[in-house]
Design a protein around this ligand. Structure first.
Ligand code: ADP
Ligand code: MG
Length: 305
């Protein structure tokens, strides 16, 4: 129903990224607790138009259970606030706080959810996400896994993406780093690459291009090295799935229909995995880890200074 920005009460910060801050808030009239993404509005009308278009896509995505639900937005002279359902955390924070890999079974469910969400966006709304990474895959303690942040997703214009500026460097597909002059457009398979990198990072616990201090170093390695792969401690079907996502030649890389036919997805579409139970345990463990390492890292920091 009609509501006012003054109805929102700020509770705490959930995180921040390149586009702004995400704040936990209470909607006073309904007493509902939600997440609000606050972004600065630039005077750039093109960008503002894109933000509104993205919000419309998310608002229309109520029928996909693997997409974080958008509840509405507030637009002021200086800011855009996007109100979303509140999730517990994202896989980026969980991995960093846990300090150890995410089990393959959980990643099976993450893969099913992410591929469903991405193929839904493409088929229903003609959108490619363009910023698939662990911090944009959220989870809650009931075991729901959902994709968020269409902040920079672009509508497919003439079935091809035109804007090439956005996306987190570390997860960029080769064709986005160095577009082929004869075929400079990229498609949903750039998101498939980002998913592959995300899965390797979550499965091994470390970013697959380690020891890079600049974006340039990462991008050079993405172009120059063989793609990352999973060691043989993982199941053959998981290794095969990741291998397909990380085919460097875009034209050889599968799209969603093909991915959905692979054994790894087929297995986790039907297999029962209690993601909720795991999430509760993992969050407790992460808190314990944070409790023991925080003072130590403070000492390290003060020693350095
Ligand atoms: P980025 O995704 O680039 O890290 P964002 O500004 O999109 O930056 O998000 C910042 C953090 O806020 C995320 O890492 C995530 O942990 C948290 N967050 C985002 N949306 C929600 C949500 N709906 N519920 C709970 N936490 C969220
Ligand atoms: Mg995000």
């Amino acid at each position: 129903y009609e509501t006012n920005i003054k109805d929102m009460e700020r509770l705490e910060e959930l995180g921040f990224g390149t586009c702004g801050h995400v704040i936990k808030m209470r909607h006073k009239p309904s007493n509902e607790i939600i997440a609000v993404k606050q972004m600065r509005r630039s005077g750039n009308t093109e960008e503002n138009k894109r933000i509104i278009m993205d919000i419309e896509v998310v608002l229309k995505s109520h029928d996909c259970k693997y997409i974080v639900q958008c509840l509405g937005c507030f637009i002021t002279d200086t800011e855009v606030w996007i109100c979303m359902e509140l999730m517990t955390t994202c896989f980026d924070k969980l991995l960093k706080r846990l300090g150890k890999p995410i089990p393959e079974e959980i990643l099976g469910k993450v893969t099913v959810a992410t591929v469903e969400a991405l193929s839904y966006l493409k088929d229903k709304h003609g959108v490619i996400h363009r910023d698939v990474k662990p911090s944009n895959i959220l989870l809650d303690t009931k075991g729901h896994v959902k994709l968020c942040d269409f902040g920079i997703s672009g509508r497919l214009v003439d079935s091809m993406a035109k804007t090439r500026s956005a996306g987190c460097a570390a997860y960029l597909a080769p064709e986005r780093i160095e577009p082929d002059p004869k075929n400079p457009d990229y498609d949903i398979r750039a998101d498939v690459w980002s998913l592959g990198i995300t899965l390797v990072e979550l499965a091994t616990g470390v970013f697959p291009y380690p020891n890079c201090t600049t974006d340039f170093e990462v991008l050079t390695k993405v172009l120059g090295q063989d793609p990352p792969s999973l060691p043989d401690t993982f199941s053959p079907e998981f290794r095969e799935f990741v291998k397909c996502c990380l085919i460097k030649d875009q034209k050889q890389r599968p799209k969603y229909a093909k991915l959905k036919s692979l054994a790894f997805i087929k297995k986790y579409e039907t297999k029962h995995v209690d993601v909720g139970e795991w999430a509760v345990k993992a969050l407790k463990e992460a808190d314990a880890v944070a409790g023991t390492t925080a003072p130590r890292s403070n000492i390290a920091q003060s020693t350095l200074r």
